[in-house]
Design a protein around this ligand. Structure first.
Ligand SMILES: [Zn+2]
Length: 450
């Protein structure tokens, strides 16, 4: 909801009026998302080639068009290209390396990083590493991104107009609302919006009943909310009265155990996407489990020794991101994926830079590896959280699956952790009922108390 006055009005209104206002807001989103650019991009995608050479040539063409735009409409890049003797067009993607890396601090501190163009969607704040960033989007960029995400969903059977249910961090219910109706229906988008903030053990049955009544075809949202529901469904052996085509996690990295739990509870496949709010290029999961870069949206290149990546994003005309150090880490795949799609793909997306545990020999162990410790167990751990007070002491909190967890699984966990951290580290294992969500509905994976 835009504007504080409107928000207040919404909160004071009866639920029936809130439903109506949610649909009105849906109309606004509809117009923002599904215009001519959206339709054109879907046509481009429907006719896209899988051939490696065609994909690479098309990516270079789009890169040059984007750089040309920056040279014409953006004083920061005009200056940067001049200082570094960059002449356009570039002859290859490799030539991009001659342009200096763009740090987050530069985006935050440089006023003319924003282009001299009309901005349709103002200052969406992004920056998932904690600091907030202002980025400007044009309507065209936004629509293109929507087209790519919808194209991905269509590949897995979901088409616009089918029913979807999404957990949202937007305030859609009054915090003190008494009636257990923690969802609103966005009619134009056929979307049931469920409030993330009201999920508690005592409210979960209401959520399940609402989903049973609505019968969604897909679920999409940050994984942690869906995981809490999945846990409840599994533990109480709830029979769902709908069959999902797919589950689409957004915004957070989904862990292997989170994925397994969702697939088991909802009896539907999970397909992941990477489309950060700063406007990074889009990657989506294919049916072979790899994440493919949509080459029409940008370039991804490895940076340094640590698996870090730089992104260049063609859908950032408002605040152009060229060789932007986004803070994410990815494992870039070799050769061509078994699905046949040419171009860059990644085999895993690691957590954000800040999510790691430090060992006595100063090694950083990142989220991606931390979540693998449960791999040798038969899906008997539902969630994990690490807590590190100093390099010699690590506590692993875990939520055991009551039916499957056996006492000897603790030994297996200890052994796996020892392999990861080394023998000098003292490891404490603490079984817990649940792991609280942090701000933004996220599960904090690592809590550095020191
Ligand atoms: Zn693939």
């Amino acid at each position: 909801m835009a504007g504080i006055a409107l928000r207040d009005l919404y909160m004071k209104s009866p639920i029936s009026v809130q439903q109506w206002m949610t649909s009105l807001y849906g109309m606004k989103l509809w117009q923002e998302r599904y215009g001519r650019t959206y339709a054109n991009e879907l046509v481009v995608l429907a006719n896209r080639s899988k051939e490696k050479e065609v994909v690479e040539a098309d990516q270079l063409k789009r890169l040059n068009a984007f750089l040309q735009f920056c040279e014409t409409h953006n004083t920061y890049y005009q200056r940067l290209f001049k200082e570094n003797d960059i002449t356009l067009p570039l002859n290859s993607i490799e030539d991009l390396k001659r342009i200096p890396v763009l740090e987050k601090e530069t985006v935050r501190k440089t006023p003319d990083i924003h282009s001299n163009i009309k901005i349709d969607i103002l200052g969406r704040t992004g920056g998932t590493t904690g600091a907030s960033l202002q980025v400007h989007f044009t309507k065209e960029d936004y629509q293109k991104r929507m087209a790519h995400v919808d194209f991905f969903k269509a590949q897995h059977g979901f088409r616009k107009g089918m029913k979807r249910a999404s957990f949202t961090g937007r305030a859609i219910c009054d915090p003190n609302q008494e009636k257990p109706i923690f969802w609103r229906y966005n009619r134009p988008l056929h979307q049931l919006l469920l409030s993330l903030y009201h999920i508690k053990p005592e409210t979960i049955p209401h959520y399940v009943a609402a989903l049973n009544a609505f019968k969604p075809v897909v679920l999409d949202s940050a994984p942690s909310a869906m995981i809490e529901l999945a846990k409840y469904i599994k533990e109480n052996q709830i029979q769902l009265e709908f069959q999902l085509l797919a589950i689409f996690p957004t915004s957070e990295t989904i862990t292997p155990q989170g994925r397994a739990l969702l697939e088991e509870a909802f009896q539907a496949p999970v397909f992941d996407q990477y489309a950060s709010s700063e406007g990074a290029p889009i990657l989506t999961e294919c049916s072979h489990g790899n994440m493919h870069l949509h080459h029409e949206t940008g370039v991804i290149e490895p940076y340094g020794e640590d698996g870090e990546i730089l992104v260049t994003s063609f859908t950032t005309h408002g605040t152009p991101l060229i060789r932007y150090r986004i803070g994410d880490r990815m494992k870039i795949g070799e050769g061509t994926c078994a699905c046949g799609q040419g171009g860059t793909y990644v085999t895993s997306i690691e957590g954000r830079e800040s999510n790691y545990v430090l060992t006595p020999d100063q090694r950083k162990i990142y989220e991606g590896d931390l979540t693998t410790v449960v791999r040798s167990l038969p899906n008997s751990v539902i969630q994990t959280q690490y807590r590190q007070s100093d390099v010699y002491h690590i506590e692993l909190k875990y939520v055991p699956d009551r039916e499957r967890f056996k006492p000897e699984h603790e030994e297996i966990l200890k052994h796996e952790l020892e392999l990861l951290f080394g023998k000098e580290v003292e490891i404490t294992l603490t079984p817990v009922q649940s792991i609280p969500r942090g701000p933004n509905g996220k599960i904090i994976v690592i809590d550095k108390t020191a």
